[in-house]
Design a protein around this ligand. Structure first.
Ligand SMILES: Cc1cc2nc3c(=O)[nH]c(=O)nc-3n(C[C@H](O)[C@H](O)[C@H](O)COP(=O)(O)O)c2cc1C
Length: 154
């Protein structure tokens, strides 16, 4: 049986997720980031997480070339950031309020939670990579997370 990618997307979309913006700095120190719903918690001790990233993403070089990255879990009033960080051909950080975290990676203001990570391992997996991070710092807020199900926000 052949797999239709369009149908596969719909099936994967039955699994409700949060939405994150994954960030790092490129070799010139400029902030880079993209929207990712593929976040998964992996281990508590040591603290580890993962995200999956398309090998075609223009953020690929910066994400795999950097020592680490940050994962920003979007809050319920940050729908516009989900769209902003998946839209191409514009400066994603220009109209975004952000600051550098303790390890220097870009943190978006007013997220539900954030993590800074050292890059632990990159595993090639089909047309994506699995980016495994060792958590070096994190913080949580009282804000509720943005939730995505079947391509719509709940
Ligand atoms: C809700 C949502 C979730 C997404 N999740 C992922 C993801 O987990 N991994 C990924 O590589 N792309 C994901 N994308 C797509 C990327 O955000 C988008 O393709 C990327 O930012 C394209 O720009 P770039 O090539 O400049 O990085 C998602 C997009 C949206 C809107």
């Amino acid at each position: 049986m052949g797999i239709e990618i369009k149908d596969l997307r719909l099936a994967f979309g039955k699994f409700a997720t949060g939405v994150t913006v994954v960030t790092t700095l490129d070799s010139l120190g400029a902030p880079v980031g993209f929207t990712a719903s593929s976040f998964t918690s992996v281990s508590l001790d040591p603290a580890m997480l993962l995200i999956c990233m398309s090998r075609l993403s223009r953020s690929y070089g910066a994400m795999t070339g950097s020592d680490g990255f940050a994962v920003n879990i979007l809050s319920q009033n940050q729908q516009s950031l989900c769209e902003n960080f998946s839209r191409q051909n514009h400066d994603r950080f220009k109209n975004t309020n952000w600051h550098k975290g303790p390890s220097g990676f870009p943190l978006l203001n007013d997220s539900a939670a954030w993590f800074e990570c050292d890059r632990e391992r990159v595993v090639t997996a089909g047309d994506h990579i699995i980016l495994l991070g060792k958590v070096t710092g994190f913080d949580i807020s009282q804000r509720s997370p943005l939730i995505l199900s079947q391509g719509k926000f709940l």
